[in-house]
Design a binder for this molecule. Structure first.
Ligand code: ADP
Ligand code: MG
Length: 240
């Protein structure tokens, strides 16, 4: 589904991503872990061109999105993204948050968009919040709305950038459970997270990044039980 070749990203003189090569298969759940500042968010944002790579290629379903001729807006419709800080539309109800993009971007008829939104709110356990405004919700509820909103566009791939890092501890589980449910439904997911338990339990593959590079990647069992590199082991010693 995604193939990344020789990806580099610089901000001015600072090289933030160095020679990233990897791929994500359809239906695969990949978690991306590593220290703060290692380039995880930048990497994720290169996958939908929220950041423009400085060099290299990113293929989404065989389209090279670094090619200016590719319609990136069309590609982005296939890729949902969920951020640490929710980014809901504050002046819209929960329902309107979910129906807005399908109606305006995809031209989905209102009745269909509303039905779909209600189904998704039921799926994330928030049917009773349909007409609420975001500021009346808890952090965990906001994040579940944000996930439902991304799903409303029927993406093929979902990107999560530390979806639980801004949440109070008691709300982490309700959000991880929604992501787990997605994983089990066969959706393709790339999740940047500090939740090692989640990575261990749910991921098909763990990518460990440090200083802008993929230092190590592999099956979670292997990675968490015996990381191959000192850098990964050092990181795990600190977080586990
Ligand atoms: P992570 O998500 O792993 O914490 P980031 O991808 O956010 O790492 O950042 C990697 C590095 O790139 C950091 O040193 C950060 O300061 C730098 N960086 C990120 N975005 C920008 C930007 N827009 N301009 C300049 N530097 C940036
Ligand atoms: Mg980040």
């Amino acid at each position: 589904m995604i193939k990344v070749e020789e990806l580099y990203k610089r901000f001015g003189d600072t090289e933030v991503l160095t020679d990233i090569n990897t791929s994500i298969e359809r239906g695969e759940v990949v978690t991306i872990i590593g220290p703060s500042g290692s380039g995880k968010s930048t990497f994720l944002r290169c996958l939908n061109l929220l950041e423009q790579p400085s060099y290299g290629h990113v293929y989404v379903n065989d389209d090279d999105i670094t090619n200016p001729k590719v319609d990136i807006l069309k590609v982005r419709e296939q890729i949902g993204m969920v951020f640490q800080h929710f980014h809901l539309f504050p002046h819209m109800t929960v329902l309107d948050n979910l129906t807005y993009a399908p109606m305006t971007v995809k031209g989905m008829p209102k009745q269909e968009a509303v039905q779909k939104a209600k189904d998704l709110l039921a799926r994330v356990g928030l049917s009773d919040k349909t007409n609420a405004y975001p500021n009346s919700l808890s952090g965990g509820q906001k994040q579940r709305v944000a996930i439902a909103r991304a799903l409303a566009m029927e993406p093929e791939l979902m990107l999560f950038d530390e979806p639980t890092s801004a949440l109070d501890p008691e709300m982490v589980k309700e959000v991880l459970d929604v992501i787990k449910d997605l994983a089990h439904s066969g959706m393709t997911l790339a999740v940047v997270t500090h939740e090692m338990g989640f990575a261990k339990e749910v991921a098909d593959r763990v990518i460990f990044m440090d200083q802008g590079k993929i230092v190590e990647e592999g099956a979670p069992q292997d990675f968490f039980e015996q990381a191959k590199t000192d850098r990964a082991q050092h990181f795990l010693d600190k977080v586990l």
